[in-house]
Each structure stands twice: as structure tokens, then as C-alpha cells.
Design a protein around this ligand. Structure first.
Ligand code: TMP
Length: 249
């Protein structure tokens, strides 16, 4: 077997070249990081859980008609995905105040926001992913106004859909982060690229609170040293009806 080429290693995933042109393989690691990787650990089984949970959610989002990069899960840790040109903007939707918005604007964690709030952050670890406005996105050419319109529309639809999906299993969707990219159907054609959802949707990039107890069931368990991350992710998977293999093998 020929060795696949490793193209990029991120904090929680590795990207390899795919079996065909225009595809990649996304490998989910057990590494957990927070606060721009100042805090690091390896949490056995996290990668497998995120792979299965993200497969489930990406498939459901695709069924809604929102284009995304997911093609197929290959095994416990890998997905076949479409190769996109990643837009360097992290899109965060907040339904309830938590995380970085609290110290930034002096809010109490758990305060309900009157509106579904969409925020943008520049995807640049060396700058600590600063918050940016649409005007920055257009001025620096990270995305066009038309592209951002599609991104926000998709993001709000995903928020409505996931809010209901999670409420149905007794979980409050507090906030989450999405990434998007451009898919060029035909490299030679002059067609506009298709905007597609990229990355993953898992408890690593969502805040999920139990609807009865408000207990945290997401990566804040690691960020805040609460313990029980794997058990919380397993509980999310089980409530969603996602079968997870034995994590100890
Ligand atoms: P924040 O409150 O830290 O800005 O995070 C908002 C949401 O985005 C939360 O669900 C966690 C997620 N997130 C990521 O997925 N990656 C990141 O690097 C950060 C900072 C947040």
C-alpha cells in the first residue's frame, strides 16, 4: 500500500490526500486543546466519538439541502470529504450567552439572547482568532458579500434545525462554530464555486447543556477541568441514536 500524503495537521484533526482528485481524508485525533492550544491533553476515544457524531449531523444537514463536504465515514477515525478552499472565517451562532462573549460584553453565563447572534472570527491561531466584522471580511477579501450572505443563511438554518434536534433529546444548543469553504466543481470552468459547510459539527465545537439540569455535555468539560468528557459525548451520541464502537479496543 502506498503511503498517503499528510497535507495538514490541525489541533484535533489531520488532513490527508484523498483517493480521487477533489477528495481528502479527515482523521479525528484524540487531542484536546483549549485557549489557542495553551491547554492540551489527549482524551482517549474523543476522536472516534466526534467522527460518528459529526457524520450523523453532517448527513442530516445535507438532507436539509445544505451542501457540505462530508462524503462518507471510512472507519472509526476517518471521513472521506470534498476538497474545499477554506474561507478563513469561523462563524459562531449564539442562542444563550456563554464562553468568550461573557467577559467581552459583561454578560452572565446562561443569559438568553434576544436574537440569534452571529459572530465572525478570523481563523488565525497566531493572532488568537480575533473577532471581526463583515466589513473586515470584505475589505481583506476573505469572502464576498454574496458568499457571506449564503454562509449566514446556511448558518441560521442549521441553528434552527440543530436547536430542534437537540431539544428533542433533552439538550439545549447554547452556541456553536462552523467553517465554510468553496467547492470548485470543474477546475477549468468559470462557474462560481459552491459554498459548502466544512470541518465538523460535534461537542468539540458546540455548547450543549442538559435541558433538565443545565449540566455541560461539551468541550467545556475539558476547558474547565470538569472531567467526564467522554461520558458526556457518549451520552450525546446515545441520545441521538448514534452507535459508537467499543472505545477501549
Ligand atoms: P467562544 O465562546 O469561545 O467564542 O466559542 C463559541 C463556540 O465556538 C463554542 O461552541 C465553542 C466553539 N469554538 C470552536 O469550535 N473553536 C474555537 O477555537 C473556539 C474559540 C470556539
Amino acid at each position: 500500500m502506498t503511503k498517503r500524503q499528510r497535507l495538514y495537521e490541525g489541533k484535533a484533526k489531520v488532513i490527508f490526500e484523498g483517493p480521487e482528485a477533489g477528495t481528502l481524508v479527515q482523521y479525528f485525533k484524540d487531542d484536546a486543546t483549549a485557549f489557542n492550544a495553551q491547554k492540551k491533553d489527549v482524551i482517549k476515544g474523543k476522536g472516534v466519538l466526534n467522527n460518528y457524531i459529526s457524520e450523523h449531523i453532517m448527513t442530516a444537514v445535507g438532507d436539509l439541502g445544505i451542501p457540505n463536504h462530508f462524503i462518507a465515514r471510512l472507519n472509526d477515525r476517518e471521513q472521506l470529504i470534498r476538497k474545499l478552499e477554506i474561507i478563513p472565517v469561523e462563524v459562531v451562532v449564539r442562542n444563550v450567552a456563554a464562553g468568550s462573549i461573557c467577559p467581552r460584553l459583561g454578560l452572565e453565563e446562561g443569559a438568553i439572547l434576544n436574537n440569534k447572534l452571529v459572530e465572525f472570527f478570523l481563523k488565525d491561531d497566531s493572532l488568537g482568532d480575533p473577532i471581526v466584522a463583515p466589513e473586515h471580511i470584505f475589505t481583506f477579501g476573505w469572502a464576498t458579500p454574496k458568499e457571506l450572505e449564503i454562509i449566514v443563511e446556511d448558518t441560521l438554518r442549521i441553528n434552527d434545525f440543530l436547536t430542534e434536534l437537540f431539544l428533542g433529546i433533552g439538550v439545549r444548543l447554547i452556541d456553536f462554530k462552523l467553517e465554510f469553504g468553496r467547492f470548485y466543481r470543474d477546475q477549468d470552468a468559470a462557474d462560481d464555486p459552491v459554498i459548502m459547510l466544512a470541518d465538523e459539527i460535534s461537542p468539540d465545537n458546540c455548547r450543549l447543556w442538559d435541558a433538565q439540569t443545565n449540566e455541560k455535555m461539551d468541550k467545556d468539560r475539558f476547558r474547565r477541568d470538569l472531567g467526564g468528557l467522554v461520558e458526556a459525548y457518549q451520552e450525546i451520541a446515545q441520545r441521538m441514536g448514534v452507535n459508537i464502537p467499543d472505545l477501549n479496543q
